[in-house]
Design a protein around this ligand. Structure first.
Ligand code: LLP
Length: 438
């Protein structure tokens, strides 16, 4: 699952005790395990290797260029969703041939950039976007490859939050499946474009492999209809959505997903079709933690509160989606060393609300959480924070974004320094360095 383990009474990442990271870099700090990230990428790719997919890591989950570069060296491509992420992919040295661009509201500049770089595939989401892309393609004299993002109208089960469900009718993403064939034909008739296939992304996270099965059957029926009238479909992008382990062994394995997906696509790949995946969470979530420090303990009514130095600006998921993150002291009392992330069997725990320093009533990281007795000043880890952690941080309340640290074996490197007050106001200073305040 990951390489954050308790040893000698304290939490380690690979060969490095996290107390030493906190002492050296301060908190809150995101700490990533390179071995976990690489291992997850390799094992995901291996589960599907019989259909030789292009695995484009979804940069929206984790976008630090050092980590994108690490994945790139393993053969990963990048799923970008903005010009900013395309830029990150380029800086990280990702081949445009392994880069795809998605997004419901791409600007013409973002599309133009993707056309100029001739990336592997632009996933378009509307008729109007196809028109715009065609115009840009003519202006640039490049024939871009594109796929149509289809909304297959498939609902995941209730374990996927409504706010991260993307493939049901009426949602903002993609083109209704019954309109997709007509749009494909429109794009196929346009010699400025190279329409290659379809893209789906159903939501995140999706725990039931059958959700993919239902969506794929709808997609493959659409492919068959188009092939029956002479079109050739060469790219099918199944998006991301594969889960991570927020507790312990609660998610199906990659092999469980492969079992449902692979046999549906062997015919397609045998005829030379290219399958693309865009996993983010399943690769990155367990590869990172947010290392924080308890600032205060206080009583509020009947509740015990632990006020820590990481809030919704440093990790937004709990406040935004009521998401569950396992959290535990870095140096718990001897009787409370967890052997797994299911701590329901441990005795002597106290119930806390864990809150951050932000001036918002929603700034709770956990409510009614059983934890060992906490001490002010003690380091505290929020687990499974590698995906949608740092990428969703903000400067609200003029909080500084955390540092990011990468651990590989016993090596520690700072891969993003903590922001400073100068960073906070830097963009508000004008070119001559003045603030025009006088
Ligand atoms: N492809 C597309 C088109 C997507 O929209 C997404 C995620 C992915 C791939 C990657 O999905 P993954 O493999 O990571 O599940 N902020 C939310 C998650 C939002 C996901 C948005 N799209 C959270 O923290 O749970």
């Amino acid at each position: 699952m990951d390489e954050f383990t308790y040893r000698d009474g304290s939490l380690w990442c690979e060969g490095v005790p996290l107390t030493s990271v906190a002492d050296r870099y301060g908190t809150p700090t995101y700490v990533y395990s390179a071995s976990t990230l690489i291992d997850h990428y390799r094992r995901f790719a291996k589960a599907f290797d019989s259909i030789s997919p292009l695995v484009c890591f979804s940069a929206k989950a984790l976008s630090n260029i050092h980590l994108l570069r690490l994945l790139g060296r393993e053969g990963a491509g990048i799923d970008a969703v903005s010009g900013g992420e395309l830029h990150r992919a380029m800086v990280a040295g990702i081949d445009p041939e392994r880069t795809v661009l998605a997004g419901v509201g791409k600007s013409s500049d973002e599309l133009r950039e993707a056309v100029r770089r001739n990336i592997r595939c632009i996933n378009v989401e509307s008729e109007a976007e196809v028109e715009l892309l065609s115009r840009i393609a003519r202006e640039e004299g490049v024939r871009p490859r594109l796929a149509i993002r289809v909304n297959p109208d498939v609902a995941p089960d209730q374990r996927t939050p409504a706010r991260t469900t993307t493939g049901t009718r009426g949602g903002k993403f993609g083109v209704d499946i019954e309109r997709a064939a007509a749009l494909f034909e429109r794009a196929a008739a346009d010699e400025a474009l190279r329409i290659e296939g379809f893209h789906i992304h159903l939501g995140s996270p999706i725990f039931d492999p059958q959700v993919y099965a239902v969506a794929m059957d709808r997609l493959l029926a659409l492919v068959a209809r188009l092939e029956a009238v002479g079109h050739r479909i060469t790219t099918l992008n199944l998006g991301g959505g594969f889960p991570a382990e927020y507790i312990d062994r609660t998610a199906p394995s990659w092999d469980d997903f492969a079992e449902v997906i692979v046999h549906r696509l062997t015919g397609f790949t045998r005829q030379g079709g290219q399958v693309i995946f865009e996993p983010g969470r399943t690769i990155a979530a367990n590869a990172g933690i947010l290392l924080s420090t308890v600032r205060y303990l206080k009583q509020a009514g009947d509740q015990q509160l632990a006020v820590i130095d990481a809030g919704m600006t440093h990790i937004a998921r709990a406040a935004m989606y009521d998401s569950y993150h396992f959290m535990w002291p870095v140096q718990p009392p001897a009787e409370a060393i967890p052997s797994s992330r299911d701590v329901s069997g441990l005795d002597g725990l106290t119930t806390y609300d864990v809150v951050g320093p932000i001036c918002e009533s929603s700034d709770y990281l956990a409510r009614g959480r059983s934890l060992p007795v906490l001490k002010a000043g003690a380091h505290f880890a929020i687990f499974t924070a590698g995906a949608y952690g740092m990428t969703m941080t903000s400067n609200y309340n003029s909080q500084l974004r955390p540092a990011e640290v990468l651990v590989h074996g016993d090596q520690v490197s700072l891969i993003r320094r903590r922001e400073t007050y100068a960073d906070l106001v830097g963009l508000e200073l004008l070119d001559d360095g003045s603030d025009q305040g006088d």
